[in-house]
Every structure is written in C-alpha cells, then in structure tokens.
Design a protein around this ligand. Structure first.
Ligand code: UDP
Length: 261
C-alpha cells in the first residue's frame, strides 16, 4: 500500500484518473488480512493488517482482577488497553499512554462490552491488550474489529462480533476507509461500528460539517463495507477450525498407518 508522508501533503487527494492517491475507488476498502491465535500465551488473540495498519490484540480472562479494588461483586470487568508503539508513526510518539490512547481504549471497550455476558462472571476481569505496531489512519476502527476477533478466539461467549470502519469526505467526495493522509488532509472523518446481534450502531464519531441527507449517505456507504469486514472476521475464525480439523485428520491417518504396520 503506498504510504504518503505527513510532510508531503498533496494539493488534491484524487489522481487525474479519478482514483484516490493509493489507487482506490471511493467505495473500495484497503486490503485486509486477519488471523487468530497468534499470541500463544494469551487466552485468545488476533492480528490484523488493514492497509498499512498492523495491529495485535491479546485477550486474558476471565481471571482475577488486578488491582483488586476494581473487582465488581455482581459482574465481570472489561478492561481495554490500546497502545500505539513509539515506532508506529513518522513522528516519534511518546511512549507513555496519552489522552488519545485513553480515549480509544474507552471507545473500544464501549463497543465490546455489550457483546459480552459480564453478569455471568462476577469478581473477574477480561483484559484486552491492543498493540498498534504500524499506524496509517483508522486505528480505532481496526482495533475494535481485531479486539472482537481476539475475544471470539478466546472462546468467550459473545452475542456477536462488532465491526468498524471510518467513512469520510475528501475533496468534497464521500469515501470509505480513510487512509492516514485522507484522515489528516480530508474534510470529515466518521468512524462507525455495528454490533451484529442487533445491527445497532455502537460507535459514531464525527468531526466536520454535514446535513441529515449526507449523514444517511455516509451510513449507506459504511453499511456495505461493514458487511465485508464482518465476513473477513468470520473467515479468520473459521480458518482456525479448518486448520485444527486438517491437523487432527493428519494425525489420525498417521496413527492408523502405524496400527497397520
Ligand atoms: N497518528 C500519528 N501520530 C499520533 C497519532 C496518530 O501519526 O500520535 C496518525 C496515525 O496514522 C493515525 C492517524 O494519525 O492512524 C489518525 O489518528 P486519529 O487520532 O484520527 O485516530 P485513528 O484514525 O487512528 O482512529
């Protein structure tokens, strides 16, 4: 994926052939890859590449709450830690978690909490650690998406997955999946998340100006993209079980051969 450097803000965000600077159409997603079970020490984990974003999510729980005073007697506690590595962006990002990381941790937690049955786990915690190792726009949406996948990989009962995408306006045109440069140099950025069990919006942020008709157009644009993202999440989960089945079949065959000898 071409990466456009911050100091090289272009005058226009579209090429002469009508495509976006990275060659995409207005409703085209960046390439997305997802994989589960990537952090062996975690109860569940997932890795996502979304354009130039590279993000790990690791889940632990249900387990004892640390610090103890955060424990709740009537339900489990969900804690989300979004961190962007110092080397993940062009500017040196300060290593200590800043206000933006706290805000995004909260956003991801708000999107995920409705999916869980926390009331079944009093006195325990679920912790989700999100590490952005390369960032290029839309990391809050990518993090929400990969965090849901890691929770599912952990086998934690969930009502459904949640998927997220940022739509926005660049050079007056509505587009899906803003890249880093489009996020910075564009006119509007609208991250949206959907929880699939009830098809409700669990995240909606907006920076810019729009009227009601435009809002509907943005939602329509996001809807199709979100369906595609959901399918990629489901495929990543399925492929884990297909792999397990293949390995089981192989070892069965081996044992059968041994038995014949
Ligand atoms: N970014 C950066 N330095 C920072 C924070 C963000 O270069 O300290 C970049 C990064 O590529 C990020 C983009 O700016 O993805 C947009 O950041 P924003 O806060 O809008 O959140 P995001 O779009 O990642 O959810």
């Amino acid at each position: 994926m071409p990466l456009i450097i911050k100091d090289e803000y272009p005058e226009t965000l579209f090429r002469k052939d009508g495509k976006r600077l990275d060659g995409r159409d207005i409703n085209e997603l960046r390439p997305i890859k997802m994989e589960v079970g990537v952090v062996k020490n975690a109860d569940g984990s997932a890795y996502l590449e979304w354009g130039n974003n590279k993000i790990f999510a690791a889940v632990y729980g249900p387990r004892e709450v640390h610090p103890h005073h955060l424990a709740k007697p009537d339900k489990g506690v969900l804690r989300v830690f979004y961190r962007m590595a110092t080397y993940s962006v062009f500017d040196r990002k300060r290593p200590a978690p800043g206000r933006r990381e706290k805000e995004i941790s909260m956003i991801v937690a708000d999107c995920i909490e409705p999916l869980l049955f926390l009331e079944l786990y009093p006195g325990t915690s679920f912790e989700v650690f999100i590490e952005v190792i390369n960032a290029d726009g839309g990391t809050r949406c990518a993090s929400t998406t990969v965090a849901a996948l890691a929770l599912a990989d952990a086998g934690i009962p969930m009502k459904s997955l949640v998927s997220a995408i940022a739509v926005g306006k660049i050079d007056g045109k509505k587009v899906v999946d803003l890249s880093g440069i489009e996020d910075k140099a564009g006119e509007a950025d609208l991250p949206i998340a959907i929880t699939w069990y009830n098809e409700e919006i669990s995240l909606l942020q907006f920076d810019g100006e729009m009227d009601l008709d435009e809002m509907n157009e943005f939602l329509e644009l996001a809807k199709n993209a979100l369906k595609d993202i959901h399918q990629i999440q489901l495929d990543a989960l399925k492929s884990k079980y297909v792999k397990i089945q293949e390995e089981t079949n192989k070892s069965k065959e081996k044992n059968e051969k041994k038995g014949d000898e």
